[in-house]
Design a protein around this ligand. Structure first.
Ligand code: CP
Ligand code: NVA
Length: 303
């Protein structure tokens, strides 16, 4: 499989390619409409809930003149056990891209192995690459060149954390993660980052240490989709990792705060910080649409 024809993980692509997508998304943000994808169709296959990713992918496709078909597990034959390799080959005869939100990374990999059209990972348990690309676009807008900035990740070592680790290793920026014991990011991802960019990524326990002097602060939910049964135990375990005004005060004075949303106010982040002057969450959410335009254009027309 040629992984450059798909977006399964950021680590399948070079720094130059990622930078081009960010630049292109910024250009597309200023263009009201285009017809680059006229006559093209994307199929969104979502096995988990979504507000932002679904609507931003759908409106991105429409903005470029294309169309979308949306499927869930329940209303497709996926829910009745049709093999992914059959689904990939059939859907490739109908549409020009598959945008997939699912549980296992193996699902998007299997679809990509058999599809003759690009597969874009719209979130798995392991990664959320599209989100980190639009978040980097937001950092570039707010802070300019970001390779010398210090990033903090406070909380769970989840899919978002794993994709941030890949981004840090690719761009070489400093990323300090503070995660409770037992909630570390994926070990293979950490290992890969350590080999690619020694010293760029540091895994800590103490959120204060991770936060000190940060330019960009990242927060996400304590229980991701699929972990609902652990919600209460995680709330208890993560109490010291709440991003509140006291913790936020340790970052640089002009630090920006990112949260990919949805947020649980007064769990992982206080209302005060989420709604405060350092929070750029709604620009961050908007940028998903512009980044998705850039990604659809790239993968459907060029990859
Ligand atoms: N940030 C994000 O992926 O949001 P949704 O789950 O609403 O798509
Ligand atoms: N880590 C979160 C991100 C939601 C966009 C989840 O997987 O549920």
């Amino acid at each position: 499989m040629d992984t450059s024809k798909h977006l399964l993980a950021l680590s399948d692509h070079s720094k130059d390619t990622l930078s081009q997508w960010i630049e292109r998304a910024r250009v597309l943000k200023t263009e009201t409409s285009g017809k680059a994808l006229l006559g093209k169709t994307a199929c969104l296959i979502f096995e988990k809930a979504s507000t932002r990713t679904r609507v931003s992918f759908e409106t991105a496709m429409y903005a470029l003149g294309g169309q979308v078909v949306f499927q869930t597990r329940q209303d497709s034959q996926l829910g009745r056990g049709e093999p992914l390799k059959d689904m990939a080959r059939v859907l490739s005869r109908y549409v020009d891209a598959l945008v997939v939100r699912t549980f296992g990374q193996n699902v998007v990999e299997e679809l990509a192995r058999y599809a003759t059209v690009p597969v874009i990972n719209a979130l798995t348990d392991l990664y959320h690459p599209c989100q980190i690309l639009s978040d980097l676009m937001t950092v570039a807008e707010k802070k300019g060149e970001f390779s010398k900035l210090e990033f903090a990740w406070i909380g769970d070592g989840n899919n978002m954390a794993n994709s941030w680790i890949e981004a840090a290793a690719i761009f070489g920026f400093t990323l300090r993660l503070a995660c409770p014991q037992g909630y570390a990011p994926d070990a293979a991802v950490m290992q890969w980052a350590a080999e690619q960019a020694p010293g760029a990524v540091r895994l800590l326990r103490d959120p204060k240490e991770a936060m000190a002097n940060a330019d960009v602060v990242n927060v996400d939910v304590w229980a991701s989709m699929g972990q609902e049964a652990e919600q209460q135990s995680r709330i208890a375990r993560f109490q010291d990792y709440q991003v509140n005004a006291a913790l936020m005060s340790l970052a640089k004075k002009d630090a920006i705060l990112l949260h990919c949303l949805p947020a649980h106010r007064d769990e992982e982040i206080t209302e005060e910080v989420l709604e405060g002057p350092q929070s750029v969450i709604f620009d961050q959410a908007e940028n998903k649409k512009h980044m998705h335009k850039a990604l659809l254009e790239h993968f459907i027309l060029k990859a």
